[in-house]
Structure formats: C-alpha cells, structure tokens
Ligand binder design. Sequence first.
Ligand code: FAD
Length: 282
Amino acid sequence: MSTTPQNIELSCEYFPTKSEDGWEKLRIARDELKRINPVFYSCTYGAGGSTRGGTFETVRDIIEADKLPAAPHISCIGSSKEGIRELLDAYNQIGVKRLVVLRGDYPSGMVERGQFNFANELVAFIRKETGDQFFIEVAAYPEFHPQATSCEQDLENLKRKVEAGANSAITQYFYNSDAYAHFLQNCERLNIEIPVVAGVMPITNYTQLMRFSNQCGAEIPRWIRLRLEDYQDDLASLREFGVEVVAQHCERLLRIGAPGLHFYTLNRSRPTLAIVDALGLL
Ligand code: FAD
C-alpha cells in the first residue's frame, strides 16, 4: 500500500489494568506504539465508573513516564456534578488537556443513573465549569448507536454534543467504509463541522470480536466473518488476514477523508503497528 496521506493524526486507546503483569504489558505496548507518533493516548472508563482509580493512574503514568498527552474517558453513568467537579480538578492538576466525554454503558444490574442522562449534558456541564480548559472528544456512530430511536435522531444527538461544546468526535469501530462516507455526508448536511476521526479495531481474535460487536452494534461483513470462522484454529492466518483487511479498510477511510485514525489497541502494540506499517505510515 502506498497512497496514504502523511499528515493524518493517529491516536491509541488503552484500558486500565489492575495486575502487575497487566501494567507491565501496557507499558511495553505504550513504549512500542510511540513509533507511530500518536497525537494522544486515551484511557477508557469501565462501565459505570468501575475503573475510575485505574483510569486516573494510567493517565498519570502516560503523562509522567511517556511525556505524551493522555485523554481520560469520563462517563455520565453514576456520576454526580460534585464527583465530576472533583475529577476534573484532579485531571487538571496532573496536566490533562483532553477528555473523551461519554454517556457510558450500564454494567449489568446497575440502575443508578447519576445526574447526567446523555453525553451532551456532561459536555455542557464541563464547558460551564471549566470553559475552554479541555479539548473535548465525543463518540459518533457511522452504523448508528444501537439504542438510537432513529438514524436522524442519532445524528441530531451528535449535533447536540457539538453545540454543547465538543471539539472532535471519534467513531465506534466499523468495517464498512461506505457507512463512514455516508455518515460524513450527513454531518455536512447538518453543519456538523468538527473532525470525525475513524475508530479502528484491529482483528486478532474471532470470539472476542464477535462478542464486542454484538454488544456495540458493529457489523462484521459476512465475507470477513466467514473467513475468520475458517481461521479460528489457525491464529497466524487469522492475524495475517486481519492486518490485510483492516489496513485496506483504513486506506479507504483516509481516501474518503478521515482526518485521523484512533486505534482500539486492547493494550497490545503489534496489531496496530502492523496496520500502520502496511499503510506506509511507520
Ligand atoms: P450519548 O451520546 O448520550 O447517546 C446515547 C444514546 O442515547 C444514543 O442512542 C443517542 O441517539 C440517544 N440519545 C442521546 N440524547 C438523547 C435524547 N435527548 N433523547 C433520546 N435519546 C437520546 N463506554 C464506557 O463505558 N467507557 C468508555 O471508556 C467508553 N469509551 C468509548 C469510546 C468511544 C470512542 C466510543 C465510540 C464509545 C465508547 N464507549 C465507552 C461506549 C459508549 O459509552 C456507549 O456507546 C454508550 O452506549 C453511548 O455513549 P455516548 O457517549 O455515545 O452516548
């Protein structure tokens, strides 16, 4: 592959980990992924705020050890205004400049909603409390959010998040570049002018990918699913196929006009490095 623009921005997402072994693996992954010059690393927030401490520690470690910008994810679920105020203050003190602001998902059995219903309300609150202190990322869904009442409502929701003060959006992962092209056209129609960075999930494990995709509503095209099923017992072939498919997908996204690629790394460096290498961006 060769025709990839060189000025696109890459970023990487991690999840917080508890074990010593997990921390070590994450540090190695972060170290290796410096090769792709990420604009920032982001760190997820467990469903219902279950990883609040872990997210904070991971972000602090990235800022202190890697000297790279780190963006914590913050979600509405179970959050109070006071709790968010304290969290923003703590993040400010360790040098955080960027946030990924979400509604979040309910962990099973959890019913407590918190003081924010949807991400746009949390974005508006953060802007009201902290002005322009943070660059705010929000989520976008080229294949539409599974709970959206309609496609148009979902687009209107993105617009609400922009009007509340979001600076940029990162998409849920998807493997259908037409969905992204169509989504960008719709954003233009609705005068949604923020960058919509494409979220990219490397393919390394069939069962895990199917589980994630069922949860978040990402469609796995039939031809990819069937190939992955064939390769279930042949991990080397599955991974080789995964890199080829996802790199070609990324190349199409960049041609369509993706301003950047955000890699869901799952705390591993190799799949992302292989894709970026295939794009000619290493
Ligand atoms: P919202 O923008 O609030 O939208 C949620 C749903 O409500 C949509 O269907 C929307 O159309 C609808 N809606 C919005 N406003 C209204 C309204 N006023 N009336 C009726 N319907 C409305 N989850 C985590 O728990 N932790 C993470 O760290 C995390 N990171 C993520 C990172 C990215 C880049 C992405 C794309 C997703 C991430 N998620 C994470 C998943 C996300 O939290 C879920 O997809 C969640 O279900 C929706 O979050 P949101 O911010 O998009 O919600």
